[in-house]
Ligand binder design. Structure first.
Ligand SMILES: [Zn+2]
Length: 330
């Protein structure tokens, strides 16, 4: 399917020197639901009981929004603040265990439901409001714990950013029809993109400004300022700021914007939040990119990190964006 390039008439953005990239972990890892030497690494901030978080936690937030009744941020990292009581909370905690990018969540006793929980991924987010939109789980440390998503669509499914590669997840994605495209929001969240492309035979998409040696063989490299389209339902919005070539995916029929690291929800409030400490570009450029989003008819932010946001309508979304811009320009 052709990608149509419709350029904005925007002036070229100022280019700042990119700060040193954060080191990528080269080791592979696997979540564990059985007793292991990690028991000795139990953070003292965990409450007593079966579930616990170890010291290797990178504070990626994933467990806290996946199982908020169980995991909290204590002394700068995740910890079990309350052991799950209901079966629902236990399943959510096990979903977080499998998704933890550093395999830092454990149970003292083997979890008998772990195979059942493995087969829940990709996980539907909201079958009524977001039909065909799934969480992939299995966050990768190589993507700094970022969330990835699967969209099922009659013209071909789309993976949004790269989960950690596992055969179990690949099998389950294939049962949902595989993926025709893997859309990569930016250079930080590419993780196991090559393994996924080889397994699913999907075409990868990334902006040319994000291409590094590990992504040199990506099939579709976007150039210019877009927007670009995948069929009638998807629009790719160039949102430089976090990185020069950050791109958001707008899924029009369900009014969702997949943002990568362009914007997220504050963990402390309902406000929108920018990861300024990780920005490669000036905040003024990122705010210009936020202004672009005012023109779009969507109600959901599905970010690379942290909680999803659903506004009651597009006006509430626009108010939140305007508040964010005001906060950073006042
Ligand atoms: Zn990033």
């Amino acid at each position: 399917m052709a990608l149509l390039s419709l350029r904005f008439a925007a002036a070229p953005a100022p280019v700042a020197s990119p700060p040193a990239r954060r080191a990528r972990a080269a080791t592979s890892f696997r979540a564990s639901a059985s007793p292991s030497p990690a028991v000795g690494r139990r953070r003292p901030q965990n409450v007593p009981g079966d579930f616990f978080v170890d010291h290797r936690c990178i504070d990626c937030q994933a467990c806290r929004w996946m199982a908020p009744e169980v995991f909290k941020r204590i002394d700068g990292k995740a910890a079990v603040a309350a052991q799950p009581v209901s079966e629902e909370d236990r399943i959510k905690a096990l979903q977080a265990l499998l998704s933890c990018p550093t395999a830092s969540i454990h149970t003292e006793k083997p979890a008998k439901e772990i195979l059942q929980v493995q087969n829940m991924f990709p996980l539907p987010i909201d079958t009524d409001l977001l039909p065909g939109v799934y969480l992939c789980g299995y966050h990768s440390q190589d993507s700094f714990g970022a969330t990835s998503y699967l969209i099922t669509h009659p013209d071909g499914n789309i993976l949004v950013d790269s989960p950690r590669y596992t055969a179990e997840l690949a099998n389950n994605i294939e049962k949902l029809g595989g993926a025709r495209y893997m859309f990569l929001t930016h250079m930080d969240d590419v993780a196991d993109h090559r393994k996924w492309a080889e397994r699913l035979k999907c075409e990868r998409i990334i902006h040319s400004d994000e291409v590094e040696s590990v992504t040199a063989d990506v099939e579709w490299k976007l150039t210019g300022n877009g927007p670009w389209n995948i069929g009638a339902d998807f629009e790719l919005i160039h949102t430089p700021g976090h990185t020069q070539g950050s791109v958001c995916l707008f899924y029009k029929p369900v009014k969702v914007l997949f943002t990568g690291d362009h914007v997220a929800k504050s963990e402390e409030s309902d406000d929108l939040y920018l990861f300024l400490m990780y920005n490669r570009q000036p905040v003024s450029l990122q705010l210009d990119s936020m202004r672009k989003l005012l023109k779009l008819d969507f109600e959901w932010f599905l970010p690379g990190h942290g909680h999803r946001i659903h506004y009651k309508d597009v006006h509430a979304k626009d108010s939140a964006i305007e508040s964010l811009i005001a906060n950073y320009t006042s």
